[in-house]
Design a protein around this ligand. Structure first.
Ligand SMILES: N[C@H](CCC[C@H](N)C(=O)O)C(=O)O
Length: 287
């Protein structure tokens, strides 16, 4: 590994830049994150995955959104990070643990293609519906099937945490314009003290749903692993699907399995895009 080395990956079109905290010579602060994630002043990305030391798991991971905020969990991010660890020789194991701000998860390299990780499974932890653990301000213990009004429109929301907070809205038809207009407003509602990720979901069959995503701190993305975990948990809670289901997104599909104790397993692909070094003219701004 060399100083300021980076590798860029995507998980179903949700892209991330991997950095190793032992190999960066600048301060990865809010401004640095926003610049690196900017498509004009930086590389461009839906976020940064920073490899850190962990005393509790095999590896540590910090997850940053392109607005500079830090997330507790990222499903696509965890598959990508697992691939980064395996492909770049940080581990020879096919199964290992990763400590995130939202808890310790277990990753498994399911398939290799040409010796590189291609399909990864992550045990993402448990779905939590208790309102004050999400958090969401709500007059009942759980915020399931609650009606809210946003400007001129009413929505029925179902809130869940999978380490990071989510607001799931079931619709008959998916409309990208609605997602972009109201996702941004819902993200910042006062009832969500830490903001929230928003998903609109259309049920297609007992084992297939389609979603559109507005991510906290990132906006409209083509796919989201933790969103898929959140949606699957709400679907099972409301009895709308099987416990083993496929989530269809613009960027592709993920398989999610929810067990009787609300443990979530996510399986899907991750692909490398490019690698290289951040130039001194970029990083010297942040020393
Ligand atoms: N924006 C999210 C983190 C990234 C989630 C998404 N990219 C995924 O794959 O789970 C948050 O602030 O909680």
């Amino acid at each position: 590994m060399e100083t300021n080395f980076f590798a860029k990956f995507h998980g179903l079109g949700n892209d991330y830049i991997c950095l190793d905290e032992e190999w960066i010579d600048f301060n990865l602060d809010r401004e640095a994150i926003k610049t690196i994630c900017d498509v004009h002043y930086g590389i461009g990305s839906d976020g940064i995955l920073l490899k850190t030391y962990s005393s509790k798991a095999d590896f540590g991971l910090r997850i940053f959104n392109p607005d500079g905020s830090e997330a507790e969990k990222s499903g696509n991010g965890l598959r990508i990070f697992s691939k980064f660890l395996y492909d770049y020789g940080y581990t020879m194991k096919r199964e290992f643990t990763i400590e995130t701000k939202g808890g310790i998860v277990k990753a498994r390299i399911e398939e290799l293609t040409n010796g590189r990780a291609s399909v990864i499974t992550v045990d993402m932890g448990k779905a939590v519906f208790t309102a004050n653990e999400i958090p969401v301000l709500c007059d009942t213990e759980e915020c399931i099937g609650k009606k809210i009004k946003v400007d001129d429109r009413e929505f029925e929301i179902n809130c869940v945490s999978v380490g990071n907070p989510h607001c799931v809205i079931i619709v008959d038809e998916l409309d990208e314009n609605i997602v972009k207009k109201y996702g941004a407003k819902i993200e910042h509602l006062d009832i969500f003290p830490n903001r929230v990720n928003v998903q609109f979901v259309k049920v297609l069959s007992p084992d297939l749903v389609e979603i559109r995503i507005w991510e906290r701190g990132a906006g409209y993305t083509l796919a989201s692993g933790s969103s898929s975990c959140a949606v699957a948990s709400v679907m099972v809670k409301k009895g709308l699907t099987d416990r083993d289901l496929t989530i269809k997104m613009p960027g592709g599909t993920l398989r999610i399995q929810i067990d009787e104790n609300w443990n979530i397993r996510m399986t899907g692909e991750a692909q490398e895009i490019c690698s290289g070094h951040l130039s001194p003219e970029l990083t010297e701004q942040f020393i």
